[in-house]
Design a binder for this molecule. Sequence first.
Ligand code: PAD
Ligand code: ZN
Length: 375
Amino acid sequence: MTTAGKVIKCKAAVLWELNKPFSIEEVEVAPPKANEVRIKILATGICRSDDHVINGSLVQPLPIILGHEAAGIVESIGEGVTSVKPGDKVIPLFNPQCKKCKTCKHPTGNICMENDMTAATGTLKEGTTRFTCQGKSIHHFGGTSTFSEYTVVDEFAAVKIDSSAPLEKVCLIGCGFSTGYGSAVKVAKVTPGSTCVVFGLGGVGLSVIIGCKSAGASRIIGVDINKDKFAKAKELGATECINPLDYKKPIQDVLVEMTENGVDFSFEVIGRLDTMTAAFACCNNAYGVCVIVGVPPNGQNLSINPMLILTGRTLKGAIFGGFKSNNDVPKLVSDVLAKKFKLDPLITHVSSLDKINEGFDMLRAGKSIRTVMTM
Ligand code: PAD
Ligand code: ZN
């Protein structure tokens, strides 16, 4: 029996209030309108950015269905959709690529003007939501909302991937892996023989390490206050790992000493102002490049002595590893199929949507890298 054109009732994790657990609810998912795609989500990862919404660091309209790192199969399409068809494997794109706006037409810019992160409305482009629960309309998150068995996205926020891709792994290309890997190879443009430092060894930081190693860095220093993260970081390419709590001096001073006047490339992959300041200060004064990857707390500012910039350091940042999502996501999936890199080491837990709160508790306790919920 086809579900196309009908409302689908399914399970979703709804966040009704900040700092509260998700409620597993039966939601109604309306059929896609023109230029929209309804997707059956088969796998979705838990990323720290979702947690930033729960704790208020990343401000979004509530109630909301979070989740943005996923893969699924197209269930039905709205009028005018041409890039995907029912049955296609797709990855939803929280940082979409419409290919028409000024940013998409720019050779490197990747914050498509159709994105719903920078000034979140919690709706699709048409201006309304497709989710209803207990008679209330529920907001979308980043145009993706993958903590639901079915979701509706704008056509520009979904991309077809290889039909043989293992969805329970390539879901990480929807956010964490691509963000980290691209931050190294595309944003910093790590060079062979260079020295890199990565602050924060979660799923995204470890993906930065994978990128630094593949770009030929000869020294990769991992920094984390949780030493349980060190073994995996070394397995993926870190040549040494340090814990700021083991030193009396500020960690930037330790790093500058360890590396003869600072590193070539530094990455902040936590989302804290103090570690952003440290990451910037520990890169070489003449040519060091610091990339901000962590999402900072809402409404706070960094204070930086301009002298640090004047001598030649570069401070930059990027969403989604600087990748143009529609162009690059299918290529990254093909790279996984060609065994160019492995996603398995990043997936420490496989779980289900019913256990979403336990999955977030493990992330907060530093016990998981990525939990992938399969449906
Ligand atoms: P995670 O929580 O798995 O990893 C963060 C790591 O930082 C953990 O291992 C912590 O132990 C460590 N840490 C915490 N505090 C400190 C500290 N003071 N000093 C040193 N280490 C510390 O998160 P994640 O890997 O999923 O995400 C990391 C950040 O990247 C987070 O801010 C997230 O919102 C952001 C992100 N950005 C994008 C983007 O497009 N720029 C995409 C996805 C995630
Ligand atoms: Zn994410």
